[in-house]
Design a protein around this ligand. Sequence first.
Ligand SMILES: [Zn+2]
Ligand SMILES: [Zn+2]
Length: 402
Amino acid sequence: MTYYFPGRMGIAATQEDYGLRAHLAGSGTTEMLSGPGRTASVCPMLLPQNTQATLYDGFITAGGKEYRLRIQLPPSRELKSARIDCDWRLQLVLQDKQDIFKQRLEQSPDLTTFLVELQNLLEQTSSQQSSVGPPPQYFTKLVQEIDKLGWDRLAYIDPSFKSLQVQCRDACQREHILTINLHNQYPQMTPTCTADLPGKVNFKWSQQDSLQGVLHQFEKALAQYQDFWDNMKELDKSTWVLEPEKPSYKDTVRRIALGNNASVQITVDPAHPRMLPECRFLGADHVINPIKQSLNANLHCWDPRQTLLPNLQNVLAVDFPSPANSSKEDFNMACSICYAYRLGEEIPDRACDDPRCSRPFHTTCLIEWLRALPSTRMSFNVIFGECPYCSKPITVKMTAAR
Ligand SMILES: [Zn+2]
Ligand SMILES: [Zn+2]
C-alpha cells in the first residue's frame, strides 16, 4: 500500500518525483467501502470520478481551508492500498503527521471514516499552527511610544505592527533608518534592531526602556561613524568607485579606478578611518608594480591628521582619475571574453600583463577559457596559459575565483 504526496497538484509524476513517499506493510483484509453518497455528506466537494467509485477528486475542507485531494482506490477497493495525492499545502500540514496519517488509513473501516479522521487531524494541526497575536496592551504601549517619538519619524510599519522603521538624522544631516522588530511579549522581550552600519551595535534593553531609548542608543552609534562616512564620501565624490556599485553606509571596501584597467581595492577600518587602509591592487603587472613600489617607499608619509583621499594619492604617487576629468566608461571596461562588465557579483579583475595588450578579464571567464585549451597547465592552484588575445603567457590563481 502506498500513499503519495506529489510535489505539485494535478501533475502526473514518477514515484521519485514525490516529496514524501511511504510504503505501508501488511496485506490487510478487504474492506468494503461506503458508497459515494456517504462520502458526499462528509466531503461534498470530493466527487467520484467513475461509476465504480474508485477514483475521487476534489477538495477536503478543514479548519476553514480547502485542500486539493485525489484518492485512487484499487479494483479491490481496499483502503489500505489506496493512492492519495495531496496539494503542497496539505503536504506541508501533514509532513510531521505521517505516522498518524498512516495509522488512520490502516484503521479506518471505510473511506468516509478515513475522511472524517483526516478532517479532524487537519483541524487540530491548523489550530496549533495559527499564531497568536500580541495582547491588547502591546498595541496600547506601542502607540503611546510612537506618539512620543513623533509619527513623522516612522518610515514604515508592517500591517501586524510587529516591525517598524524609524528615521534618524546624524550630525551631518545624513538620513539613517533603524529597523525594529518587536516580540509579542514586548516590552518584556528585547526587540531586535538592524541598521545600515559598518559595525555591530549592542543595543541594551531593560523592560523600563522604550523605543526612544533604543533610538538614543542608535544616535550614539551614528555619532561614532561620522569621520568614517566623511572620509568615504570624499572618496566616492572624487574618484571612480568601481565597486560597490552603490556604496551604502555599512560598506567599508571601495575599489577605486587607477586607469589602464588597473584599480586598487581598499578596506577601511570604520573605527580608525584615517589609518592606512588595507590595499589590494588589481591589473596588469606593468601598471600596478610601480604603484606598489611607491606605496612601500612612501609609507612613512602617511599622515593620520589628513583624510584618506590626499593620503592615498600621496603614498601611491597617483592622481586618481575623477569625475572632474574623466568619464566612468573609461574605467568600467568590459571583460574581453564575455564582453560584459558585471558578471553576477564579479567585475573584471585580471588583465593581460603584456603592456601592448592589457585586456581585462573576469577571473571566472579566464579560468573557464584556459581550462578548455589543451596547452594550459596547472600547478597547485595556479593555471598557466596564454592570453586569448595576444597569446602571451598569463596566469590565474584558482583561489581568486569567486
Ligand atoms: Zn567575462
Ligand atoms: Zn594579452
